[in-house]
Design a binder for this molecule. Sequence first.
Ligand SMILES: [Fe+2]
Ligand SMILES: [Fe+2]
Length: 233
Amino acid sequence: MLRQVTREEAAARTWLARARTEREAAAFFARLSTRLDALDAHDALVELAARASADEARHATLCVELAAKLGVATEDPAPVAPRELTTGVPDSWRALAECAALSCVTESLSTVALTAMRERAERGDVRRVLHEVLRDEIDHARLGWAYVSSVQDADAKAWLGRQLPAIVDGAVTDELFSSDEEDPRMRELEGLGCLARASRREVFVAALRDVIAPGFDACGVSTEALRAGYAWL
Ligand SMILES: [Fe+2]
Ligand SMILES: [Fe+2]
């Protein structure tokens, strides 16, 4: 007979999926650092992106270690090659869109999500990992805002504004707004660093409304297209 998966093991699966996302983020930031360097971006930003890459690799390890403590031991995920997010535009525009997607949107979403998970954490080891990762993700988001606000090219910024709906869509999964029934046990995993769909939806709304849209406005990037897609913003 099949043994029932414990609550801890179910949460560990989420942490292992997160480890793969962290690995991918490490690759994205390494490439972003190279691209910003090629564009003669400020040295501090190039350095921040390189440091972000190292942070993400460490996060992947933290996730794997925590999964093992929760009862699912595996190897660290292998490094991956980063996907290309934009094609057919000048390199400077591509770097701008990558910064917006990776740092401004994804890291801001993570920051709000990790804060919500940390509030719910019921174990010291889970809380410690969430806290360490959160501390770094705040810096990773800052890197994006600093770069986007430093860009002077008005055409590039106008183009970025038009890309924002696609960039935001790319950062969330379809499942987030699905009306399918979610496994009711997801709620029970919230103390172990997971968020049920309803909580993730709240995180998404709060991050978009309170951080991401106002952040782009403050950087001089139009959020008209973004707000048109999300009428409640
Ligand atoms: Fe991370
Ligand atoms: Fe990050």
